[in-house]
Design a protein. Sequence first.
Length: 254
Amino acid sequence: MMPFVGSLLFVVILIGIALLANAIRVVREYERLVVFRLGRLVGERGPGLVVLIPVIDRAVKVGLRTVTMDVPPQDIITKDNVTVKVNAVIYFRVISSQEAVVQVENYLYATSQIAQTTLRSILGTSELDELLSEREKLNQALQQVIDRQTEPWGVKVTTVEVKNVDLPQEMQRAIARQAEAERERRAKVINAEGEYQAAARLTEAAAVIAREPAALQLRYLQTLAEIATENNSTTVFPVPIDLLKAFMTGMEKR
């Protein structure tokens, strides 16, 4: 009889220790416990030491730190009928642990599904050029739409970033040809602008020479000096009579 009583007492003590261990919880600063008492929501507890009523209370732990979640690549048809594969990353956190537990079964999974469907719907209304060049604008639109849908769950979406846009090979070649054509166009425009400016300066120089014939002779002599410097061989140039007349006229005036 005594051994039976001793064994029964030992079992009771073990059960009591187990119940006591389950009744005492230590909640970290970045966590909260959502407590249900006989199925009814009591509220959230923490951080610190939390004591629960054994058997009667049930607690669900919720993290409050920012969660980084990758949105799997999505096949998207843009507004101009180009098929691309786009993936993104979403940053969110729980701001109301009670709503995150009561309003949705699994807020992590639900937020992931909302992000995928929103990514397809928002980017599907944009053209390819907008998708490639206006990334910041699309990120803000995605963040606002996803945050509006997750707000009833107590989840705050802080940032959505489109990571990669994978284009088909033929579209990559088309974009490369377009970029090359644009560079050639700019080069031709710059060259034409340079020719125009050079022609304008030559016109001004011709006008000056027309007013001052001696300027043409000085330019002729300067050209001779440059040729003599660059070439080692002997070069013979005829001296125009007009050149001598210009200098003679200048001497007679003196």
